[in-house]
Design a protein around this ligand. Structure first.
Ligand SMILES: [Fe+2]
Length: 349
């Protein structure tokens, strides 16, 4: 490169940087044929490649924890490069919606594909997969009599399970959204008593991940635990874990008509209010919620597809057989802050 050209290129770059700074547009903002996605979940890459192949739209992922990415997007405000946000729970998405950070949209395709219970009423956020809360246990350490007793989330707080229960840290969105759903159904006093019972029975057996709870159950460190269903299937079906069913099984609690119904949540997706590529973002959500892609992303993580027309893994207990909590996720999300307060009050760290 000759010197003159080098100089003018440098000048042009400086000028561009000055203009970008003046207008507050980050250099990483997605171009027309690109979508930038803040993703708290990793889906199978082949599905994303298929979208690019079909549409020519390039996907750029920034991965991280759900709450971390939410905080980043909020801090960036209208300068965020994110076109879309993917999270592992509805509570965070609803917080983003209330803060005005999300773009509601109309799509007959999505309205038909995803049940109303699994998305915001205005599609500000849309469920991709469904996950349920189960009681995981070690069949060598829990008797049949005890299994019969464990038909509710409260049963794990019975005195006979003291020191035998494993739970995940209270700072995680999974126990938080579970408590939020319980508040919506039974109120704060009931939920606080339950949380205190969990803390009492778990003692020091509070683990940093659901998978660690599953591992501890299979290893006999604890006898039972509360986890998202797909971690049990990961333990049983993933060759990396290969845990035999003699050491790992689960109970679906709250199935009687006078009981709570199984607590559930979603991994979900939303369009940023500040995206410059909203039409393409809608296309991407329509693609992910379509029966083919939705089956692939759910099966890749042993979850249930949010689209009822998509197939779950054949080894999984069919979702249709389960009685889920009647609480819509948008309602559950309203109780996230009270749930976090109660978790704190219960001394659940
Ligand atoms: Fe998870």
């Amino acid at each position: 490169m000759d010197r003159k050209l080098k100089f003018s290129l440098k000048t042009a770059l400086i000028a561009a940087a000055v203009i970008l700074m003046a207008f507050g547009i980050p250099a990483t903002k997605a171009l027309a044929g690109e979508l930038v996605i803040y993703s708290g979940r990793h889906y199978v890459d082949a599905i994303m490649d298929e979208f690019t192949k079909q549409t020519g739209i390039k996907l750029t992922f920034h991965r991280g924890g759900t709450v971390e990415l939410f905080n980043r997007m909020m801090a960036e405000g209208d300068r965020t490069p994110a076109d879309l946000l993917i999270t592992v729970d509805a509570g965070t998405l609803e917080r983003a919606r209330i803060a005005g950070a999300l773009h509601p949209f109309t799509s007959d395709v999505i309205n038909l594909a995803i049940p109303a219970k699994l998305r915001a009423p205005d599609n500000s956020w849309v469920g991709l997969t469904t996950r349920t809360r189960v009681i995981v246990y070690n069949p060598e350490l829990v008797t049949q009599e005890e299994i019969d007793l464990l038909n509710s989330y409260s049963a794990v707080t019975l005195p006979q399970f003291k020191g035998r229960l494993g739970i995940r840290t209270g700072s995680n969105v999974y126990p938080q959204s579970h408590a939020a759903m319980m508040i919506a159904q039974r109120g704060e006093a009931y939920t606080l008593a339950w949380l205190k019972g969990l803390v009492r029975n778990a003692g020091d057996n509070i683990f940093p991940s659901d998978m660690r709870v599953v591992e501890a159950v299979a290893a006999g460190e604890v006898h039972l635990g509360l986890v998202n269903n797909y971690y049990v299937y990961r333990g049983l079906l993933d060759p990396k874990w290969n845990i035999p069913p003699t050491r790992l099984a689960y109970i679906v609690p709250e199935q009687a008509t006078d009981q709570l119904g199984q607590a559930f949540n979603i991994s979900g997706i939303a369009i940023s209010a500040h995206s410059k590529n909203k039409e393409n973002a809608v296309k991407f959500i329509e693609f992910l919620t379509g029966a083919a892609a939705n089956a692939d992303i759910a099966q890749g993580n042993h979850e249930y597809p949010a689209n009822p027309a998509a197939a779950a893994l054949p080894q999984m207990r069919p979702l249709i057989e389960l009685r889920l909590s009647p609480v819509p996720l948008a309602v559950m999300a309203r109780y996230m802050v009270p749930a976090i307060d109660l978790i704190d009050k219960a001394g659940y760290r």
